[in-house]
Design a protein around this ligand. Structure first.
Ligand SMILES: Cc1ncc(COP(=O)(O)O)c(C=O)c1O
Length: 393
C-alpha cells in the first residue's frame, strides 16, 4: 500500500487537517469494519463458552494477541490487552512486590501516566528519583545510571516524549539497568505507532502502549512483559485455573491479567490496525514522518517570535513538535489554527505539568503531532497560518 493512498482510508480528512495524533490517531475504515464485523457476525464472549460463535470469537481474540505480540517482536513474552498505557503502567505499580526501601528511577519527561503511579509509591516507603532532561530535552543514559542505587528495582522511562518529541536511548539504558539488576519499563505510547519497535532490540523487560494512538479503537492498550513480574491486581472471571473458597490459582499466560469480559471488538480492531501498519511498513512510516518533522521544525524555527522546543536533530525526534508564539496563549494559537485553516493541534500542558514547570512554560505549548496520513501540504498550511498570526502580532 502506498502512503499517498492511505489518506483515502481516513474519511475525517475531508473536513479537517488533523495534527493531533499524539493524543489520539484517526482510524481507517478497515478497522471500523473489523469492529463492526465482530458485532454483527460473531459477537460472543471469549475463553468461556463452547458454542460456535464463542469458538470463532475466542479464535480471533487469541489471534489478535499473537498479531500484536509479533508487531513488537514480543512473541516470547506475555502480551496482555488492557485499556490503555495508563492502565498498563498502573498494573505494574500496583502488582509489583515492593518492599520498603526499594527504589524506582523515572524522568521528568514522562507523561503523568508514567510518573504519578511511581510518585504515589512513596506512601509505601518506596524511594523515587525523577531524572531531569538536559537543556535540549534529551535524557542521557549517564544521568539514569547516576540516579541508580543498589536498591533500584525498576527504571520507568518513556521511549519518546509526547510533549517535546525527544527519543530516549532505550538500548543504552537497558544495558545499564541490567548491569545493576533492575527491570526496565518502557512507555512506548509514542513510538510503537510511529517507528519499528522490537522489545528484543530494545532489550526492555516491560513495554506499555495504547491502541488508540496507532489507528486502533479507543479503550485498547497493551502490557507486554518478558516474564511475569507482577501479581494481577484485578481478580475475577476468566483469569483462574481453579478457584475454591480458600483461594485460587491464576491461569498461565496473558489471561491472568485480563479479568472480566475484555474489549473483544477493540482487540480485533487493534489487530486490524496492526495489519494496516504492517502493510505500509513501519520503516516507511518513520521515514515519511521524519521528512515532515524536519520541514515543520525548520519552518517554525524560521519564524520570528516562535519558540520551538525539543532536540535539534530530526533523528532524535518523533513527529511531535511543540512550540509557543510570543504574546499569544497556546490555547488561542490552537483556536486560530482551527478557525483560520482547519488545522487541529493540541495545546496546554500535555499531561506533563512538572515538565512544563521546568521549561518555564506555565501555559504549556502548542503541539502539532504527525502521522502517516499527513502530507507536506498539511505542514505548510500550519507554518503559513502561524506566520500570518505572528505577522499580525
Ligand atoms: C508518552 C505517553 N505515555 C502515556 C500516555 C497515556 O496514554 P493513554 O491515555 O492512552 O493511557 C500518553 C498519552 O498521550 C503518552 O503520550
Amino acid at each position: 500500500m502506498k502512503l499517498e493512498l492511505a489518506r483515502e482510508d481516513f474519511p475525517l480528512f475531508a473536513d479537517v487537517t488533523y495534527m493531533d495524533s499524539a493524543s489520539i490517531s484517526l482510524t481507517p475504515v478497515q478497522v471500523v469494519e473489523a469492529v463492526t464485523d465482530y458485532d454483527l457476525h460473531y459477537r460472543a464472549n471469549v475463553g468461556r463458552g463452547v458454542h460456535r460463535l464463542a469458538q470463532i470469537a475466542s479464535l480471533k481474540y487469541n489471534e489478535a494477541h499473537r498479531k500484536v505480540a509479533g508487531f513488537i517482536d514480543g512473541g516470547q513474552g506475555i502480551t496482555a490487552f488492557v485499556q490503555n498505557t495508563t492502565a498498563a503502567v498502573n498494573m505494574v505499580a500496583a502488582g509489583f512486590p515492593w518492599k520498603r526501601g526499594d527504589h524506582v528511577v523515572t524522568t521528568l519527561l514522562e507523561h503523568h501516566s508514567n510518573l504519578l503511579p511511581w510518585i504515589r509509591l512513596r506512601e509505601q516507603g518506596v524511594l523515587v528519583t525523577v531524572v531531569p532532561p538536559g537543556p535540549d530535552g534529551t535524557i542521557s543514559p549517564a544521568s539514569i545510571e547516576a540516579a541508580m542505587t543498589p536498591a533500584t528495582r525498576l527504571v520507568a522511562v518513556t521511549h519518546a516524549s509526547n510533549a517535546l518529541g525527544t527519543i530516549v536511548p532505550i538500548e543504552q539504558i537497558a544495558a545499564i539497568c541490567h548491569a545493576h539488576g533492575a527491570l526496565l519499563l518502557v512507555d512506548g505510547a509514542q513510538t510503537v505507532p510511529h517507528l519499528p519497535v522490537s522489545v528484543q532490540a530494545l532489550d526492555c523487560d516491560i513495554l506499555c502502549f495504547s491502541g488508540h494512538k496507532m489507528l486502533g479503537p479507543t479503550g485498547t492498550g497493551v502490557l507486554w512483559m518478558k516474564d511475569i513480574y507482577i501479581r494481577p491486581s484485578v481478580l475475577g472471571g476468566g483469569m483462574v485455573e481453579t478457584a475454591t473458597t480458600n483461594g485460587f490459582t491464576p491461569v498461565q499466560g496473558y489471561r491472568q491479567f485480563e479479568a472480566g469480559t475484555p474489549n473483544i471488538s477493540g482487540a480485533i480492531g487493534l489487530s486490524t490496525a496492526v495489519s494496516y501498519l504492517e502493510e505500509i511498513g513501519m520503516a516507511a512510516v518513520r521515514v515519511h514522518e521524519q521528512t515532515l518533522t524536519r520541514r515543520l521544525v525548520d519552518g517554525l524555527r524560521g519564524l520570528g517570535g516562535v519558540t520551538v522546543y525539543g532536540p535539534e536533530r530530526a533523528e532524535d525526534r518523533i513527529g511531535v513538535v511543540s512550540f509557543t508564539v510570543d504574546g499569544v496563549h497556546p490555547h488561542d494559537v490552537a483556536h486560530i489554527l482551527d478557525e483560520a485553516s482547519g488545522v487541529l493541534v493540541r495545546s496546554g500542558h500535555h499531561c506533563c505539568m512538572p515538565l512544563m514547570q521546568a521549561l518555564d512554560a506555565p501555559d504549556g505549548t502548542v503541539r502539532a503531532s504527525l502521522y502517516l496520513y499527513n502530507s507536506i501540504e498539511d505542514v505548510d498550511l500550519l507554518i503559513a497560518t502561524v506566520e500570518e498570526l505572528e505577522r499580525r502580532q
